[in-house]
Structure formats: C-alpha cells, structure tokens
Design a protein around this ligand. Structure first.
Ligand code: PBG
Length: 333
C-alpha cells in the first residue's frame, strides 16, 4: 500500500523476484543450434593472419580451417559460412576465378566435407572477392553493375560450389532474378538438395567495413559504393518485396543483413512469411562490441549474449555471427 492507500492492481515484479520464476516465464533462449560461424579462408599452408579491425578473427589457410572446423563441430555449431580472401593477382574484371573448380572455395569445401561430413558448409555466391573493382557484379562501360550478365556468372559460381559439395549456397549479391536462375541450374545439374540461403534483404550498410578489410575488397572498391543494388537503409516495405521474390523463386532460407540495426526487418519478415529466417550480425557489429570491451566500457560476454538473444526475440531462426565460437563456449559454461 502506498501513502494514498492504494495497492497496485498488478505486480509484474512478483514473477521477476526469483530466478525460478524468471526461468519459467523466459520466452526466448539462445542455443548453440542457432549459430553459424563465418570464416575467412586464404591460400597457402599453415597460415593464420589476424584481421586488425576484428580482434579474435583470423584468415585461415585450408589446413588451419580444418582444425577450426573440428572445434566448431565439437562445440555443436551446426554450420559455417566460408568467405575467401583472393590474391590480387587472381582478381579480374570478369571474376573468372569465381567459378574455377580448383579455386580456393571449392578446395576448402571438399576438404571440409571430407573431414567433417556432418558440419554444414555454406558458401557465399557473389563476385566481390574476385573482381578487380570490388563490386559484386560485372560492370558496363559507365561503371554500372549489369544485372543479367552478372546472374550468368553467379550461376556458374553456384554450380561450382554445389559440385564441390557445398550444402548451402548463399547469394549475397542482390541481383534481380538470381535465386530463380540458380535454382533452375542446380535442378538441371542434379543438385536437387543444395539449399539456397538468399540474402534477400541486404542493405547498403556502413557496418561492413571490417569485413571488407578482412577480404581485401575495401582497397579494390575505393570510393565506390553499392547503392545501385544493395538496399537503402531507410526502407522496410522494400525488404518484404525482396523476400517475397526470393521465396517465390525458390529460396529455402532467407536472410536479413546487417543484424542489430535491422531487427525490425527480421521481425516483419518472420511474421509475414514464416520462413526459416536468418540474420547476419555483421563485422561492424562485432567490431563495436570488441572495441568497447577492449576499453573496459562494456561487459563483452553479457553484451554478446544479450545481442544474440535479441536476434532470436525478433524472430531469427539462426544468426551468422563472428561471436559464434565464443557464444557456444559461454553457453556451455
Ligand atoms: C559481399 C559481402 C559483404 C559481407 C558479406 N558478403 C559486404 C559487402 O557488401 O561488401 C559483409 C559481412 C560483414 O560485414 O560481416 N558479397
């Protein structure tokens, strides 16, 4: 009773009083099965290179990747997503290295599937690691990323990954019509079980900076931007139209990217389509928490688990995150 003689009609704090009742009414739980670990792979043997803007993340040669994959599998993380670091000498205007059957990605996929058959392998379908100009597609004379010719190359890249044994191909390029064309080509080639994870709503975000450092596309890209194909951060209905198209064209899973600043999009996508929905907690989001934690300004573990749980609350079925390994370890404690 307060001084004016009133008792509150309801006391929500009752349920929050003890750990047992907090546990009983907890709505969302982060689990190791929600995590996908993105890894950077590079050529050579016995190589591990630190990524300056992503403390704790390294570029790994295939042999090192295999020992990392062993750790990932032991932790119970269901899948990893491969991102190649391509030598400058192998980049070209036509991105030919992207569908080289003996290229870095197909070699990494074959090695992973042999060493860890149960671990899901997701490959990125996009040309930016392979183009000399750092764009995700082919350019015309005016420097515009041309759609349909790019899709033809993405199809070759997806087929190359599927032939190497990739479980999931993940087009992250945002060209129009690529999901349908890739799906048809996979079916025709007999890859009927290769899943497509469509980066359906991918924004032209400034939070990709550290990733571009990691794969070396920042230098190639220079002052150019990706606004002619990636989405305007100010839009939300447009994301729903993009997701609807990708589902209609044959996507098995859809993704929203980046993560934390875009959880409203995750929520709308999950609500509207009830599809397996994923969110990419991108490099810049990783770097922010790492930098603040390194300065003693944030409690890293608490913030990471809170951020990842927020992705679940928004409706994500899974989260691509550079924190996957650490989060899996924390969840075991
Ligand atoms: C490009 C691609 C990007 C990321 C993954 N694939 C960024 C870009 O558009 O340059 C970013 C992921 C991250 O920031 O963690 N195909």
């Amino acid at each position: 009773m307060n001084q004016s003689g009133h008792y509150p009609r309801s006391r929500p704090r009752r349920m929050r009083r003890d750990e047992f009742s907090r546990r009983l009414m907890r709505e969302h739980r982060l689990d190791v099965t929600d995590l996908i670990y993105p890894v950077f792979v590079l050529d050579g043997d016995d190589r591990r290179e630190a990524v300056a803007s992503m403390p704790g993340i390294e570029r790994l040669s295939i042999d090192q990747l295999l020992s990392e994959a062993d750790t990932i599998a032991r932790l119970g993380i269901p899948a990893l997503a491969l991102f190649p670091v391509i030598d400058a000498g192998q980049k070209s205007a036509d991105a030919a290295e992207a569908w080289n059957p003996d290229g870095l990605v197909p070699r990494a996929v074959r090695a992973l599937k042999q060493a860890q058959p149960q671990l899901g392998v997701i490959t990125d379908v996009a040309l930016d690691p392979y183009t000399s100009h750092g764009q995700d597609g082919l350019l015309d004379d005016a420097g515009y990323v041309v759609n349909d010719a790019t899709v033809d190359v993405l199809v070759k890249q997806a087929l190359c990954h599927a032939a190497a044994g990739a479980d999931v191909v993940a087009p992250s390029d945002m060209m129009d019509g690529r999901i349908g064309t890739i799906r048809q080509a996979l079916e025709q080639a007999g890859h009927v079980n290769t899943r497509i994870l469509a980066y359906a709503a991918k924004y032209a975000s400034s939070f990709y900076g550290p990733f571009r450092d990691a794969v070396g596309s920042a230098t190639s890209l220079g002052q150019a931007d990706k606004f002619s194909y990636q989405m305007d951060p100010a839009n939300s209905d447009e994301a729903l139209r993009e997701v609807a198209l990708d589902i209609d064209e044959g996507a098995d899973m859809v993704m929203v990217k980046p993560g934390l600043p875009y959880l409203d999009i995750v929520y709308r996508v999950k609500k509207n389509f009830a599809m397996p929905t994923y969110v990419y907690n991108v490099s810049g989001e990783y770097a922010m928490i790492k930098a603040a934690a390194a300065n003693g300004w944030l409690d890293e573990k608490a913030c990471v688990l809170e951020a990842l749980t927020a992705c679940k609350r928004a409706g994500a079925d899974g989260i691509l995150t550079y924190f996957a390994k650490q989060a899996a370890q924390w969840l075991q404690e």
